[in-house]
Design a protein around this ligand. Structure first.
Ligand SMILES: [Zn+2]
Ligand SMILES: [Zn+2]
Length: 264
């Protein structure tokens, strides 16, 4: 059975500094999920030390649909000294944590101010950060690695940066991700890439799939205007290109939906 796009576990609200859109409320996000036929959504605001000391506390009230549930999560970062932007206990308290290790455009935070621009240095740093993360004792079953192939990885040459990973290095990474039970986020627009560039951004995901990693969708919306394209431009093309089926889905998703349905 084809992978059902029944969730979006990476959505920003107006509280994220890169959103600050008064229309991007939990109510608007829930309406998007219901319209798109989704059952599980996750609020994943950035957790950056210069905007807040720790993850946003769970609001007293989170709107819920009849069959569409809204979780309280965060997008966790890692600083230049390999410290996560939230404590392990804060991460444990979240419903689901999206962990982004390739925000290497954030100078003075994820990398030093004078970090070299070249692809080799960025690839090496990203690789080190992934292995560091995977050595931490986290509740990996309710976490996911955000936008692995994202352009934020290297502003100089993001495609070359990805191409510098050997298959063996990606196998090493995704074997660990699979063994920890961490999800792999589907979050890119395939039509933005042509020819061999598309192969470059998809290669990590093909390897992850072959190894038996489990996937979840992350639309990464910051504004309501982007809701309309998430299924048509990101999720459905990715599901088709990677030929994902329900067995490739992160177990957290059906388990959480079943738990919330039975708790009603
Ligand atoms: Zn991100
Ligand atoms: Zn994000």
């Amino acid at each position: 059975m084809r992978f059902v796009p029944d969730h979006d576990l990476h959505i920003h609200t107006l509280l994220s500094p890169c959103s600050r859109d008064p229309r991007q409320t939990p109510e608007a996000i829930l309406a998007y999920g219901i319209t798109a036929g989704m059952k599980l959504l996750n609020l994943a605001d950035h957790c950056w030390p210069y905007t807040q000391d720790k993850v946003l506390p769970k609001p007293e009230f989170i709107p819920q649909g009849k069959h569409c549930f809204l979780l309280h999560g965060a997008e966790i970062d890692m600083d230049m000294n390999d410290n996560l932007s939230a404590s392990i206990s804060d991460i444990e308290a979240l419903d689901f944590a999206v962990i982004a290790l390739n925000h290497l455009h954030l100078k003075n935070y994820c990398v030093p101010k004078d970090f070299p621009e070249d692809a080799e240095t960025h690839k090496k740093r990203f690789q080190e950060r992934i292995h560091t993360l995977l050595s931490i004792d986290l509740p990996f079953h309710k976490t996911g690695i955000a936008h692995f192939s994202d352009g934020l990885l290297c502003s100089a040459d993001h495609i070359r940066c990805l191409n510098l990973f050997t298959d063996a290095e990606l196998i090493d990474i995704f074997t660990k991700i699979r063994d920890r039970g961490m999800g792999v986020e589907l979050n890119l627009v395939p039509s933005h890439f042509k020819g061999s560039d598309l192969d470059s951004v998809l290669r990590p995901f093909y390897i992850a799939k072959r190894l038996g990693c489990k996937f979840y969708m992350g639309g990464d919306a910051h504004h309501p205007d982007s809701f309309a394209d998430i299924l048509s431009k990101k999720m459905n093309p990715l599901i088709d290109l990677l030929e994902l089926d329900e067995s490739d889905k992160l177990p957290f998703i059906p388990e959480t939906i079943a738990r919330l349905e039975s708790a009603k």
